[in-house]
Design a binder for this molecule. Sequence first.
Ligand code: DX5
Ligand code: ZN
Length: 219
Amino acid sequence: HNQTLLAPSILSADFTRLREAVEIAEHAGADWLHCDVMDGRFVPNITFGPFIVKAVAACTDMTIDTHLMISDPDRYIPDFIEAGSHQVTVHQEACPHLHRSVQLIKSMGAKAGVSINPGTPVSTLESIMGDLDLVLLMSVNPGFGGQKFIPASVGKIRQLHEMRNALNPDMVIAVDGGVTTENAEELVQAGADALIAGTAFFKADDPAEAARKIKQASR
Ligand code: DX5
Ligand code: ZN
């Protein structure tokens, strides 16, 4: 876990110029491209499905990091992997059979992640952590880009970092929601390896400069 990984979220991109947005991220040195999938049920907003993920995946060599904010994700995991997702993250709160969901992702050759909402304790991941490639810690309530970072998330990153070191040292800790060039360093020092940035990247006057600042954040 040397350099901070940056994952711009296309949710904040200009969808009339999606290819350009992907290229801006790639040229800025982004590591992953974060695709926010919402179903209007698990979260109060609807975004896009495998069709858009496939279009985006076809424009880039970046790791396609798909964040499923949907109920009953097992129904759609295969579609999102076939669309080109290299990593698929499901929500702990949406998966009564979390181990099964994680194994389904892995059985199709993708990396498996689990996300927890701000109101969900880190301890709920203890039994599954040994099986995970990444945890996506939500630092806003999922549903929309451009929300304010919830300060209590910093303590959760620290907790997760300790748990990771004890149970699964190779697992990546990603933080999603309200990440800025200003708070990036604090999050990395608390234990984040990867930062998701929608607004802070795509709405920046100079996205490449924002990317540099975020990737420079170090422990
Ligand atoms: C929130 C999404 C986030 C969001 C991040 O529901 O999961 O990935 O797009 O956007 P910003 O960086 O603007 O908070
Ligand atoms: Zn997300």
